[in-house]
Design a protein around this ligand. Structure first.
Ligand code: GLN
Length: 279
């Protein structure tokens, strides 16, 4: 039974035309499959760009996007208060990259600061290094995150490509999704906060580990606030991290029967682990 006492879990994919960079729509497919493989009914609700977001869904998925589409998406989603109301009623949110920025208080685009949904106490800027420091380069490449132990998750693998840097605001509820072991993530913690040049416009050469200055400071990625989870991990993140998919499903569904595999995902994770965490 899902959280509303009905048998079908409704998964809303929000504005995939605007928030779909790097196949984030695949996160809906992963959630759908993992319910079906357990014999549980699921309904996928595709919400086309610009249309009002429905309130009665159990999981809302917001993907990544370029700056201009991201503004359009935020404006469209703000037409109503469906997502905040659904979250209040127990729904879960997975917000990736642009989606992660959009669920915060504010984010940059086109030289201006735009209002986010205010679901979580974070803000995104091009840089937090101050007006005299050069802004950091785009964060581009593989990202590996050690999740907060409270989540009981294995290492998370993904891909990131974003210019924005994100930080928690004073009084922010919740906690970071995890510690960045490779890549940039929020890029606002530890040495990354200094906003050093990093990989420049083309991103990090060779996927060098660490925050913007290439050191190994303990930067963080993402936020978990109640059932709202934001992250810079594209990929789509749930395809590479099925345990994260199951965490979202248990938030809205309660305990689920265990599900191993699929074998392809196990092999993928082993390969990612070998390639990205060696040394
Ligand atoms: N990949 C993305 O979603 C990018 C988010 C945002 N437009 C940025 O560059 O920071």
């Amino acid at each position: 039974m899902s959280r509303r006492g009905v048998s079908t879990t409704r998964i809303a994919l929000i504005y995939p035309e605007l928030l779909g960079t790097y196949g984030d729509g695949g996160n809906a497919i992963v959630l759908e499959r993992r319910l079906r493989w357990r014999g549980l009914p699921v309904e996928r609700v595709d919400v086309p760009a610009g249309s009002p977001v429905p309130e009665g869904c159990d999981i809302y998925l917001l993907g990544g996007g370029e700056d201009a589409p991201q503004v359009l998406a935020a404006d469209g989603i703000r037409q109503n208060r469906a997502i905040p109301r659904a979250v209040h009623g127990g729904a879960a949110v997975l917000a990736v990259c642009a989606g992660y920025q959009v669920i915060g208080q504010s984010f940059p685009s086109g030289g201006e600061i735009h209002e986010g949904l205010g679901l979580v106490g974070i803000e995104t800027r091009r840089s937090f290094a101050g007006p005299d420091a050069p802004p950091p380069g785009r964060a581009v490449g593989d990202i590996v995150v050690e999740p907060d132990p409270r989540l009981g998750l294995p290492t998370l693998f993904g891909y990131e490509n974003h210019a924005g840097r994100t930080r928690r605001l004073p009084g922010c509820q919740g906690f970071p999704l995890g510690t960045v072991r490779r890549g940039i993530g929020d890029g606002s913690g530890g040495a990354g906060a200094a906003g050093a040049a990093g990989g420049g416009a083309g991103g990090r050469a060779g996927g060098t580990a660490g925050p913007d200055d290439g050191s190994s400071s303990a930067g963080t990625d993402g936020i978990v606030d109640g059932r709202v989870l934001g992250t810079y991990l594209h990929g789509p993140v749930l395809a590479q991290n099925p345990a994260l998919a199951d965490l979202l499903l248990t938030w809205v569904h309660g305990t689920l029967p265990p599900l191993s595999g699929p074998p392809e995902t196990v092999a993928l994770r082993e390969a990612r682990h070998r390639a990205l965490t060696a040394g």
